[in-house]
Design a protein around this ligand. Structure first.
Ligand SMILES: [Fe+2]
Length: 241
């Protein structure tokens, strides 16, 4: 069955230290782990870099070099579209297929704004992509959370028009999974039988309070493993390092 590794919010910068952590070292730790896992690809759900410099994308590419699987990338609010495209052109996608699944990217990023918005044209594009898909099952990926995170995360920084997005999503019965990053935390929700997953950051998590024991650490970093089954069910697990 197809399997994707999802990482998010790597926040690589020109210097190692970002937001009080060494985001380059943390991504190296994640890369070492995921290169050992058999998968069909590594999906990065935005904020590859902290400030979008060309150098930071090159550093990121270098850190990911041990990973031999195909890499699929979408941008986040911290990314700079031109620089991202210069270094990761082959990895950027609107949609791609894995067995009887189609993975569709929705652009939710607004220039120079932290919160997200799905424009009318992006909604139309999504509607068409779902209508035209000959896959049995659809997975959607975007950068911004589409549901309240029920945490210390400020939901005002998430997608500002989730109701517009759900109007389109609810028309399409093939959608099984929606996943995003941006909130720097792992979380699981559901909506009318659709699984909704938040992917943790490879740099640091913002939300420390609700967690207990070993997981309540500042340097907690992780990634998602997603198995997309032929019958449309999903097995998923967040792996912490
Ligand atoms: Fe973000």
């Amino acid at each position: 069955m197809p399997k994707l590794i999802q990482i998010s919010d790597c926040h690589i910068d020109d210097q190692p230290m970002v937001m009080g952590v060494d985001s380059q070292h943390n991504l190296q730790l994640v890369a070492q782990r995921i290169k050992e896992i058999e998968s069909d690809g590594v999906l990065i759900s935005g904020d590859l870099t902290h400030q979008g410099t060309l150098n930071s994308y090159q550093t990121l590419k270098e850190i990911l070099r041990p990973i031999k699987q195909p890499i699929f990338v979408i941008g986040g609010n911290h990314d700079q579209a031109d620089n991202l495209e210069k270094i990761f052109k082959k990895s950027l996608f609107k949609s791609f297929k894995l067995a009887n699944w189609e993975i569709i990217n929705i652009d939710s990023v607004q220039a120079k704004k932290t919160h997200g918005l799905v424009t009318q044209s992006a909604l139309l594009e999504l509607d068409q992509a779902c209508l035209n898909s000959d896959a049995a099952h659809i997975m959607i990926v975007l950068h911004h959370p589409i549901v309240p995170m029920n945490s210390s995360w400020d939901d005002a920084l998430s997608l500002t028009n989730p109701q517009d997005l759900f109007q389109v999503l609810d028309k399409h019965s093939k959608i099984r999974l929606i996943t995003f990053g941006h909130a720097h935390e792992a979380a699981e929700f559901s909506h009318l039988g659709i699984t909704i997953l938040s992917c943790p950051s490879t740099a640091l998590q913002f939300n420390q309070a609700p967690l207990k024991g070993a997981l309540k650490r500042k340097n907690r970093i992780g990634f998602n493993e997603l198995e997309l089954n032929e019958n449309g069910t999903i097995n998923f697990k967040t792996q912490w390092i």
